[in-house]
Ligand binder design. Structure first.
Ligand code: ADP
Length: 453
């Protein structure tokens, strides 16, 4: 009997200890789980089975932990999406607290203002040394949500260097919610390229109008003089009519060039690039200019170079003619009497190089990068006197780009100029070629030009 009592007591103590241990374990796990949630760790599930009020506590904890975890996951996902959106934005985004400290800068802002991960927390006026940006931050911080601040600011080039020229930025500032506001968000959009294009369009309209006005004014003056008194004066009337005819020719050429340029720029000029044998095309272009060359006593010759067999380029014949005609025409125009103009071909691995080379007046080094711009002329009066419109090289550049080629120019004042056009080759045959390294150079190719000059 005594033995049975001892056994029952021992069993009771063991069962009691086991239940106490399970209670202790469940409570410890719940406490640990809550502490983990407080530290922002992933929610832990309490697996220890408990009954009664402790069982309810464990179940309530597990449900709350699962809900907290789901919300945290959702927030994290939203945060990641927001980060991707902000980083992918071309615009620069800055968030600033009321004391002008940087809260956030996206990749665009880092690039634009030269910021990095260490910039967060620092004062914006120290990071971005622009009074205009500072004024925008200040003005936005004064606002009350939902109003917004909008303006345009210009940012000086970094370190005053030419490699990082100044930018024009549009800025939109919005105060962060809160009473008082928790700060401001400013979004900067780079308008430099847009403004440049707008200016170019305005310049183009102004230049085109001026170019049209000049011959029209001459025509008007000659016509009025003829009507006033010169119509029946045999000594001057024919000369005046010839001048009018000249000016009409100029106007006609100008309109043709403008139309050609407009078609090229709008993509309406559809070229049919096919394998083309370059040599006969160039021969006929040179032939067509022989009359004008000999009128100036210039020697004009085509040197097919090492193209002793049929070499094909991938280009539209009309496009190649337009390029060659313009370059030969300029070479003749800008080469004084008794000079020479050469048209050459050089075969390279992937390209055929066409060179138009002259012993003319040459182009000053500073003007070289600009001569492919519309209406740009080194000497306006000389170009006009020679019947130039200032559009020839711009047309050439666009045509070469549409062929997938590249044009370069090298020149020396008083010695002459060389225009080199690289055209895509059609056959894979290897032919050695050589190029003379010219002095000052400018090049335009499909990749080198952003926007139209
Ligand atoms: P233009 O109708 O005035 O010739 P282009 O666009 O063909 O216009 O050429 C632009 C300018 O480039 C010319 O006005 C001239 O100053 C310069 N230029 C072009 N080709 C030559 C050349 N072969 N020699 C010297 N200057 C040239």
């Amino acid at each position: 009997m005594e033995t049975v009592l001892i056994a029952l007591t021992a069993a009771g103590v063991a069962a009691g200890s086991y239940v106490a241990w399970r209670w202790w374990r469940a409570l410890t796990e719940v406490a640990g789980g809550l502490a983990g949630l407080g530290r922002g760790e992933k929610a832990r599930v309490v697996r220890t089975v408990a009954i009664g009020p402790l069982g309810e506590l464990v179940r309530a904890y597990n449900a709350a932990a699962a809900e907290v975890q789901a919300r945290t996951d959702r927030l994290e996902r939203d945060r990641q999406q927001l980060t991707v959106v902000l980083e992918a934005m071309a615009e620069a985004v800055l968030a600033v607290d009321p004391r002008h400290r940087l809260l956030f800068a996206n990749a665009g802002a880092n690039r634009l203002f030269g910021l990095d991960a260490h910039s967060v927390g620092r004062l914006v006026p120290e990071l971005i040394r622009s009074p205009q940006v500072q004024a925008a931050v200040e003005a936005t911080l004064q606002l009350v949500s939902p109003s917004a601040y909008q303006s345009e600011v210009s940012l000086p080039g970094r370190d005053g260097s030419v490699r990082t020229p100044g930018r024009i930025l549009s800025v939109r500032g919005t105060p962060l919610p809160g009473q008082p506001s928790a700060g401001a968000v400013l979004v900067f959009r780079d308008m430099t390229e847009l403004r440049r294009l707008e200016r170019m369009r305005q310049d183009f309209v102004a230049n085109a109008s001026h170019e049209l006005k000049t011959p029209l004014a001459s025509i008007k003056a000659y016509t009025e003089t003829l009507l006033d008194w010169a119509l029946h004066d045999e000594t001057v009337n024919v000369r005046f009519l010839e001048r009018i005819d000249e000016q009409v020719g100029r106007l006609n050429q100008l309109v043709l060039d403008l139309l050609s340029l407009a078609r090229l720029e709008s993509g309406q000029e559809v070229f049919d690039h096919q394998p083309l044998n370059l040599v006969p095309v160039l021969e006929s272009c040179v032939e067509a200019h022989q009359g004008r060359a000999s009128a100036k006593n210039l020697s004009l010759a085509f040197e097919p170079g090492d193209l002793d067999q049929e070499v094909l380029v991938m280009a539209d014949e009309e496009a190649v003619r337009q390029v060659a005609d313009n370059l030969i025409d300029n070479a003749i125009k800008y080469t004084p009497e008794n000079g020479s103009v050469r048209v050459r071909c050089i075969a390279r691995r992937d390209t055929i190089t066409l060179e138009v080379w002259d012993t003319g007046i040459g182009i000053p080094r500073d003007d070289l990068p600009r001569i492919f711009e519309r209406f740009y002329r080194v000497d306006k009066a000389r170009s006009r006197a020679l019947g130039g419109t200032g559009l020839g090289l711009s047309i050439v550049k666009h045509v070469v780009q549409s062929i997938g080629g590249k044009i370069e120019v090298s020149s020396r004042v008083g010695s002459g100029s060389r225009f080199t056009v690289h055209l895509p080759r059609c056959v894979a045959a290897l032919r050695p070629g050589s190029a003379v390294g010219p002095a000052p150079q400018a090049a335009v190719g499909p990749r080198s030009s952003g926007g139209l000059p």
